[in-house]
Design a protein around this ligand. Structure first.
Ligand code: GDP
Length: 181
């Protein structure tokens, strides 16, 4: 076990989704940073970070990649997708269009290049849910997972702002990825 943990490969996971859904904020949480309050249009310098998780007796090192804003230009490179074992498909639970764009844009962008990846559907901004908001329901998400051409192994609802569900998501992500060893 000791030997195994020393040789644990780094598992690459990429963030995908429309601009503004909160990818950089989730990435900052992954890096252990506070919720960024400032304007995020500034180009980010750091676009990937590694965290080690303990799953039972094993360790798994997850390298999370953020688009650093280039999804606005739809110019994510092949390198971004290459060798990824997991993809976090992020939408805003209060913005239906961002959920629909997973099916029309982001999922196809993955299947084009790499369809062995494990997919996680992440509904962010749950703190904005109100009675009057048009919220993407859990049921709709479950229905989509049945037709999604990717291997959807998890669905989460989180808030990068309040941190609700975020650590649980990263832990589940690490567990699912480790199972593949
Ligand atoms: P990205 O373009 O997908 O990387 O999204 P950002 O992380 O830059 O977030 C876009 C905007 O949404 C910023 O103003 C964030 O402060 C805000 N935001 C991100 N996550 C949340 C959240 O969970 N709740 C709320 N209320 N706002 C959020």
């Amino acid at each position: 076990r000791f030997y195994r943990s020393l040789t644990t490969a780094i598992k690459k996971v990429v963030l995908l989704g429309d601009a503004g859904v909160g990818k950089s904020s989730l990435f900052a949480r992954f890096c252990g940073e506070d919720f960024p309050r400032t304007c995020t249009t500034v180009v980010q310098l750091r676009a990937s970070d590694i965290r080690e998780f303990q799953v039972g007796y094993n360790n798994v090192r997850v390298s999370l990649w953020d688009t650093a804003g280039v999804e606005r230009m739809l110019s994510l490179t092949e390198n971004y997708y290459r060798k990824a074992v997991g993809v976090l498909l992020v939408y805003d639970v209060t913005d239906r269009e961002t959920f629909e764009n997973l099916e029309s844009t982001w999922v196809p962008s993955v299947t084009l290049r790499n369809n062995k990846v494990k997919a996680f559907l992440v509904g962010n901004k749950t703190d904005l849910i109100t009675d009057s908001a048009d919220v993407v329901s859990e049921e709709e998400v479950q229905i989509y997972t049945r037709t999604c051409p990717l291997d959807v192994v998890g669905t989460f609802r989180v808030s990068a702002k309040t941190c609700s569900g975020v650590e649980e998501m990263f832990t589940k992500l690490a567990e699912s990825i480790l199972e593949d060893n």
